[in-house]
Design a protein around this ligand. Structure first.
Ligand code: NI
Length: 167
């Protein structure tokens, strides 16, 4: 059976976003002690600030592109977060906001207001943006002597994409 019907595509698309968020939160939870303060070089943002930036970017784009789904946008873009479970809650929350914005705009047939011709482009942009910072976060840990063990981090990050029985 063809899988190009809209419902099937929408469900796979939203599944990809959910997996992306799961991977990000798994990375956060797997950080070693002191990992939130790691930086690639002096002057670059800490791991904590990168997670907070990702949360901020999600919410600011929804507020600019699909404001009917927006909640409050945090005051600063690169704030320092100290509490890992609080950051995880924030990411899960902003993940839902993005999900609802994309789903809502797709269902209503409306483009995004400011940056994108199609809601899917917004979702792809967020996944690309977060993958970019994911690599920076891992590099920051490596250069500060806190490198992840690939055998441990692989299954909760790369493995989530390739978990065939999950959805
Ligand atoms: Ni960024």
């Amino acid at each position: 059976m063809s899988r190009t019907d809209d419902r099937s595509l929408l469900s796979a698309l939203l599944d990809s976003w959910d997996r992306n968020n799961t991977i990000l939160v798994n990375l956060l939870r797997a950080l070693p002690e002191g990992g939130l303060d790691a930086k690639v070089v002096e002057g670059s943002p800490s791991v904590a600030r990168m997670f907070m930036h990702i949360h901020y970017v999600r919410l600011v784009f929804v507020s600019e592109d699909a404001p009917e789904f927006a909640g409050p946008v945090p005051e600063g873009e690169w704030r320092n977060g100290r509490d890992r479970s609080r950051i995880a809650d924030m990411l899960n929350e902003s993940g839902k906001v993005v999900r609802e914005a994309v789903k809502g705009r797709l269902e209503s047939g409306k483009d995004m207001d400011l940056h994108y011709d199609h809601p899917i482009l917004f979702l792809q942009h967020m996944i690309w943006h977060e993958g970019y910072h994911h690599g920076q976060i891992k590099l920051a840990l490596k250069v500060t002597g806190h490198a992840f063990d690939d055998e441990k981090i692989g299954p909760v990050t790369w493995g989530v994409w390739m978990d065939k029985g999950r959805s």
